[in-house]
Design a protein around this ligand. Structure first.
Ligand SMILES: [Zn+2]
Length: 234
């Protein structure tokens, strides 16, 4: 954590004391969630205590609804701290972290050529990774290969559910990528064919809109985004 973030974190904690909202990752209650995102565009996004975001809390809630098996072997690519705690402490899983560039992971690995045996893991997690990978279809196949039959995947990514087809363009320059894909290092913005790409890689996928799975009160209490789609991937 940078020094500025550390100071910000110390200052903002007292302002968050309260019980109107609840973080599904760390279990702490707060008066409100705090702003996050580009230019703080999401005003109620971040937990003051563990810095979880909407998407982390969604995973935590879904794991409560549908827990992992005890002692699951879990591969986490590009690990995120709020979720890593849950995979390790709450599920009691045997976690292996991996990434090509990130420091401090267990295994330095390319998602398109994973150094693991077929079916080595019960669960694979790669959140906010696939939108960065030029050959995402190969990455999806690799993830399927290292996951045992009947295993599960958590693969969160920016996605525009209104678009039938993924918008991608290998020739797009940085400005074009920001405009079309939301970030300079994203190579695409997925549409609904995210599901068919996963199916082509061997995954079984069922998509559900998050707003249909939680009440409005739950959405507000846990700070979830109403336009998210949850895909059950196994
Ligand atoms: Zn929290």
């Amino acid at each position: 954590m940078s020094l500025i973030r550390k100071v910000q974190s110390i200052i903002e904690k007292p302002t968050a004391v309260g019980s109107a909202v609840e973080c599904a990752c760390c279990g702490r209650k707060s008066r409100r969630f705090l702003p996050a995102g580009v230019e703080n565009k999401r005003p109620f996004a971040r937990c003051a205590w563990c810095s979880s975001l909407e998407r982390h809390r969604l995973v935590a809630l879904m794991l409560k609804k549908n827990p992992l098996l005890a002692n699951s072997r879990i591969l986490v690519i590009a690990p995120e701290i709020p979720l890593l705690r849950i995979f390790k402490d709450v599920t009691g899983g045997k976690v292996t972290t991996a990434d090509l560039f990130m420091a401090g992971v267990d295994v330095q690995a390319d998602i398109c050529a994973l150094p693991f045996a077929d079916g080595e893991f019960d669960v694979v997690v790669a959140n906010h990774v696939l939108e960065h990978i030029p050959d995402d279809r190969l990455a999806m196949k690799e993830l399927r290969r290292v996951t045992k039959a009947g295993g599960r995947a958590i693969l969160q990514t920016p996605l525009c559910w209104e678009n039938e087809v993924t918008d991608e363009d290998a020739q797009a320059n940085e400005a074009e990528r920001v405009r079309r894909f939301g970030q300079a290092d994203h190579v695409r913005l997925y549409g609904r064919d995210f599901v068919t790409r996963l199916q082509a890689a061997g995954w079984i996928v069922t998509a559900k809109e998050v707003s249909a799975m939680f009440t409005a009160e739950e959405m507000a209490r846990y700070g979830l985004e109403s336009d998210e789609v949850w895909c059950e991937i196994s």
